[in-house]
Every structure is written in C-alpha cells, then in structure tokens.
Design a protein around this ligand. Structure first.
Ligand SMILES: Nc1ncnc2c1ncn2[C@@H]1O[C@H](COP(=O)(O)OP(=O)(O)OP(=O)(O)O)[C@@H](O)[C@H]1O
Ligand SMILES: [Mg+2]
Length: 683
C-alpha cells in the first residue's frame, strides 16, 4: 500500500518535471526571429533597396508613423521573395506585413481569409486608403466576379489585392484557372494565408477547406507565400509548414505578450443580479465615453438575459450568438463596429471576425475553457495598442458547468484546470501564466495585472483538516455506491458538520472542492442523461495521501479590495471628442466605411496633443492620403475648438475678474483698514 502511494507521488513529480522540461524546450525553440533554413546569415533588419519606397507607402498611404516589432523584417523577407511564417499576437499588425509588400511588388496579391466579415472589413479598409482591393466570396455579385476574372485573366484593370475564402481555392475550378492565367502572365506576385492556424487540427479554429491550400504552393512554387497567425503553439507551427508546403520558410515568432492589456480576476457573486450590477458599474465608472467593449457569457440564454439586464441599467448593450438569424447578427455587429452600440454580450461565437481595433474592455461573465481560448478572447481588447482591460468574473461553482462540456476533448479537463489555477491564484502574475502556457521566457508585467498592481495581504491558510472531511465524505459515499455533485457535497457537509456550517460559506466549500480537483486529490466523473451531462466528484489519485496526512492543502486568502472605481481609461478631451464625432460623421456619410478607418484612436490622440495648424503639419502626423481626404475638415474642427476654448478662457478670465473686484469691494467694505494683496486674495 505504502509502495503504491510512494509511486504515485513519484509519478506526480515526474509529470511536473515533464511539463517543466516541455516548457523549457519550447522556450528554446521560440524566441526572436528564427530563420529556419539559413540560420545566422539572414539579417532582415539591414537596409534594403526598397526601404524609402516602403517608408513612403507606410506613412503616406497607411498613415502609420513607425513599424512595430518585426513588421519591417517580415516585409523585407517577403520582398526578398522568401516564404514566411508569421506568428504575432492579436493586434500586432500582421495585415501590414502582406498589404505593404502587395503594393510594393506590383502585380496581384492573393489573400486567403476564413471569414466573410473579416474579408469585408479588410476590403473596406483598403478601399478607404485608395488601394484597389476586391473579394471573391459566396456573396459576390456577378458584376464583381466578372470584373475580377477579367482583371486576373487580362491584367488590364488594376487589381492589387484579391481576398478569397478557402472554398474558392479548393472548390472553384474556374477561379483556379483564372489564377493560373494571372500567374502565367507573371502577374501573381504574392500569396498570403491569413489566420493560417485554420489549417491545423491542433489550432482552435480548424477549417477543412484550409487543408487544401497546399495546392497553391504546388501550382505556383515560385510565388512567395506568407502565412500569418496569432496562435503560437509549436505543434500548430510545424503543422502549418508541412500543410502549406513551405519547409524553407523564414519564421518570425513574436512574443505573446500584450503589454497594453490589464488582466484581472474578480470574485463572482452567487447572486446573478449582483454580478450584472458590478459589470454595469464598472462600465459606467471606467468607460463613460461609450468606449467599446465585449461581455462573454457561457450560453445563448445567459447572453440574452445579461444584455437585457445591462440595458435596464442604462448601458447600451445587445447580444450576439450562433442561433440568431444571420442578418440580425450582422446588424448587431455593424452597430457595434460603428460605435452606435457600446457593448456586445456574446458567446464564443462572437469570435474570429472581430476586427475592431478600439475595444477597450473584454469582460468574462464566466470562465473560458482554457488559457488558450482566454488569451484569444481577452486579446480582442486593445488591438490598437492603447491601454485596455480584461476582467474575468470567477466563482468555483461555474467549473462543473464547463467541465461537463470539455471532458471529452483531448486534454479538455487539463486545459480547464489550468485556467482555474489562474483564477484561484491571488499572488502569481497573470501575465506569467500566459508566458508559461505558451512556453515563452517571462517578461516584466509592469504592474499590468491585479496581482502585480494591487498590494494586498495574502495569507496562506492550511485547510488540510477541512479537506480531509470533504474527501472522507466522498469516500463514504463512494463506498455506498452513491454519486455526489459538488453542490450536493457542500450541502451534505454542512448538514453533517453543523458546527462548521455557521463559519463556512457555500462559496468557500466550492472553492476548496475545486482546488482539491485541480490538485488531483479529487476527480470529476461524468454521466450522460438524455438532457445533459452531469459532473460528479470522486476520489482522485492523491486522495489517500491527504487522508494519511502526507499531503497538505493550503488556500490563499486575501484582504484585497478591488478598487472598483479605478479609472484606467483616460477620459477624452474636448478636442478628442470632437474628432471622434467627425470620424463618425464621415463614416456615416460613406455608408460602409468604419470610423476607425477614417482616423484611428491613436491618430486622434496625436492630433489632439500636437495641435497642428496647417495641412503640412497635419500631414506630418497622419500622412498624405488622410490629409488630402479629411485634412480640411480636421483643421476646421480644430479651429472651431480653439475658438470655443478661447471663449471659455475669456469667460473664465471675466468671471475671475468679476469675482476679484467683488471680493475686493467686499474686502474694502468689510475690513476697511486692511488692504490685501492679489496673492492673498487668490489664496
Ligand atoms: N506600426 C503600426 N503602428 C500603429 N498601428 C499599427 C501598426 N501596424 C498596425 N497597426 C494597427 O493595429 C491594428 C491591428 O492591426 P492588424 O489588424 O493588422 O492586426 P493583426 O495582427 O492582424 O491582429 P489579429 O490577429 O487580431 O487579426 C490596426 O488598427 C492597424 O492599423
Ligand atoms: Mg489579422
């Protein structure tokens, strides 16, 4: 008996060691740009002949003042004609890495992208920049299709970038034959596979049609291919290289870190209304300027209910889930994209198609099923690089609901328990959990998570005795062949040990049971009924160790009070609000153009701080194209703002003068003998 538990303990240590080694191995293979074919020789940071043309397009066409990490190097490798694999976090700026070379290289660039909404957003954005971008999808009209096919075949009309869904490549012979003609005439200059993780079954969004994209490299071996994704796992990377037939690609792996995101976990009340109250208060307090946000919920029903409850509390919110009519869903998405709706309350169905760069907060009403999905979902915040918040509402009682959904997935429970550990910790840096998960060396959090930012007294409490009571109860029931859910376990424990029930709240018992499950002392088992899958609690591999006193269980308690009134978002200045209004007006006048395409939030910030007063100065901030298009209107808004500022200033001066003279008069009247100085009056 003793031997068995010693072996189990040893096994446990080996498992831990294995995962440590795996992480280290990944850390060695990840890291900064790695050239997979000719390691040390290639230096993509050095000067290239296309530098000045690239700089001109970047600034004057895209309005981007400087490259972000790895962008220039990736563009150089693509320009040099190499196949390239880009792993870059959400919002890192992958689009520029193929759009800029598409313009520089001439000819036509083919872009494969998985979703209609993503394609529409991109084509609209490029059209607003005056770049001739088109799409071929299941919804393209006949006229559009005719134009594109003619342009591919004859090359007479301008077709710089063509977006297609993967189905076009795998199913449309007509399309492939036109593409071949374009290639034979030497006009197919680049192939880009966006959201490339869709190729891999190990990715989180596998699309069968992506599997057939290998045909592109087979048919057009000399055309450089760039594959881009935000999913970082090594397994997916290897899969992509193999499936797309790009063994000699140059690989650029950027950090998963999103330094502008503030991560926090809040205790979720047992009372549903209290949770919605807290969410509504958070939005009202921190995001009163209608800044965009997402609230993720577990189920369709929960989405509808919470959207309604937020509306009752004065928040402009609507819901989005897979079972809605497609047109209705798109309408909600569009209202939100145009800043006419502040919050979308969605299920995970509100996912990959979201291209909005200025999402300021992502709130999880319930936990995600893994660290990876949480990283993806929360990562929809702050794609423009500005400070944004990711808040997860956690209560242990939510775990069985998730576990009964994921237990049949490969590593489903392990992945879920990883995020539960993330939520239960009151000391470990949230960011470091992501680094660990993606096997990347740790980086400084800079106080951008609750555990790093909020100093609090966290105490470790030894709860082994209570844990033994819980485990003994499970053991007793198991001996009687009885099954018990977490909820029942809590109730039984409090009935049996009446002395405890006054002290222990339901949440505390649930917290402990989940901790014991995560620590392998207890285990979840599942049983299907015709309507649902129930999760039961049973003895886990380390249960006997605890019962025999060879394992201690400690939980963390914290005196921390989340500062609910913390205002991370800076409020907009008067000028910023006016420029925000202007971009909305221009967007509305153009119908399909989104406000952030007219001016990004970052550009609004720059204009407001630098206050240009001529078109020339404005051009040095937002580039030529946007200045030509909107410069006059922007300057008009600025002049108007300066005049009203002047009015306010004058009015304030007048008011101060009046107050001073009345005060002086009063002083003279009241205290005749004392002549006070100006400074004294101010004080
Ligand atoms: N160098 C840059 N400077 C400032 N903004 C940039 C820069 N590069 C890209 N951006 C902006 O960042 C935002 C996100 O870019 P992009 O859509 O290319 O991200 P992505 O890496 O494709 O993200 P996702 O994985 O979510 O698709 C866009 O608004 C884009 O204009
Ligand atoms: Mg993208």
């Amino acid at each position: 008996m003793f031997k068995i538990s010693a072996l189990i303990e040893h096994q446990d240590r080996l498992y831990e060691r294995k995962s440590e080694l795996k992480t280290l191995l990944k850390a060695v293979t990840a890291g900064t740009p790695v050239a997979s074919s000719c390691p040390a020789v290639e230096n993509w940071s050095e000067p290239f002949e296309w530098d000045s043309r690239a700089d001109d397009i970047r600034f004057n066409m895209f309005g981007i003042s400087k490259y972000r990490a790895n962008q220039r190097e990736i563009i150089n490798a693509v320009m040099a004609g190499r196949d390239v694999l880009v792993i870059m976090a959400a919002g890192g700026g992958k689009s520029l890495c193929y759009q800029l070379p598409a313009i520089l290289r001439g000819g036509t660039t083919l872009v494969v992208s998985p979703l209609l909404s993503l394609i529409q957003d991109q084509v609209m954005g490029l059209a607003a920049l005056g770049i001739s971008a088109y799409m071929l999808t299941s919804t393209s009209g006949k006229e559009n299709e005719k134009f594109v096919y003619k342009a591919l075949e004859k090359g007479e009309d301008d077709l710089k970038i063509l977006y297609v869904t993967p189905e076009k490549v795998s199913k449309s012979k007509r399309f492939m034959s036109k593409l071949e003609k374009c290639h034979n005439a030497g006009r197919l200059s680049l192939i880009s596979i966006d959201e490339a993780h869709c190729c891999s079954q190990w990715g989180h969004d596998f699309r069968p049609d992506y599997k057939n994209l290998s045909i592109l490299k087979t048919q057009f071996p000399k055309v450089p291919m760039v594959a881009l994704t935000a999913t970082a796992t090594q397994k997916v990377q290897n899969d992509l290289i193999e499936m797309l037939h790009i063994p000699k690609c140059v690989k650029f792996v950027s950090s998963v870190n999103r330094p502008n995101l503030f991560y926090s976990v809040r205790e979720k009340s047992l009372v549903g209304k209290a949770v919605v109250d807290e969410i509504a208060e958070f939005i009202r307090e921190s995001y009163s300027n209608n800044e965009s946000g997402i609230v993720y919920c577990f189920s369709r029903k929960e989405c509808e209910q919470i959207a309604g409850e937020l509306r009752e509390r004065g928040i402009s919110a609507d819901y989005y889930h897979a079972e809605m009519d497609v047109n209705l869903r798109e309408k909600v998405h569009m209202r939100w994209s145009k800043n006419k709706l502040q919050v979308i309350v969605g299920t995970v169905a509100f996912g990959m198609g979201i291209n909005k760069p200025d999402v300021r907060f992502v709130i999880h009403h319930s936990l995600s099923k893994s660290m990876e999905t949480y990283y993806q979902e929360s990562g929809r915040a702050g794609r423009d690089g500005l400070p944004s918040e990711c808040v997860l509402f956690f209560r242990s009682g939510d775990v069985p609901r998730q576990s009964s959904m994921v237990f049949y997935e490969y590593s489903g429970l392990q992945n879920l328990y990883d995020i539960v550990r993330y939520c239960q910790s009151k000391t470990k840096c949230r960011r470091s959990a992501f680094f660990r998960h993606f096997g990347e060396p740790s980086q400084d959090c800079n106080g951008m998570c609750d555990n790093c930012a909020l100093s609090s007294e966290v105490k470790e409490v030894d709860v082994s005795d209570l844990a033994k009571l819980v485990v003994s109860m499970v053991q007793e029931m198991q001996a009687k062949d009885q099954r018990v859910t977490m909820l029942q376990l809590g109730d039984k424990l409090r009935t049996k040990h009446k002395d405890l029930s006054a002290e222990l709240k339901r949440e505390e018992i649930e917290h402990l049971v989940i901790k014991l499950i995560v620590d392998s002392v207890l285990k979840e088992e599942f049983q299907h009924t015709p309507y649902s899958t129930n999760a039961y609690v049973t003895m886990g591999p380390l249960a006997n160790q605890l019962l025999q006193g060879r394992k201690t269980i400690k939980t963390e308690t914290s005196s921390r009070q989340m500062n609910k009134k913390s205002k991370r978002s800076s409020s907009l200045s008067g000028l910023e609000s006016k420029l925000d209004e202007l971009r909305k007006e221009i967007s509305a006048a153009h119908g399909s153009m989104l406000p952030h395409t007219v001016l990004s939030t970052q550009q609004i910030g720059l204009i407001s701080s630098q206050k240009p007063d001529s078109l020339q100065e404005l051009e040095s901030i937002i580039g030529k194209l946007k200045t030509d298009k909107y410069g006059d209107k922007i300057l008009e808004v600025m002049r108007h703002d300066a005049v009203s500022e002047q009015h306010v200033e004058d009015a304030t001066k007048d008011e101060t003068c009046k107050r001073r003279s009345s005060k002086r008069a009063k002083t003279q009247k009241d205290v005749v003998l004392l002549e006070s100085s100006e400074e004294e009056e101010e004080a």
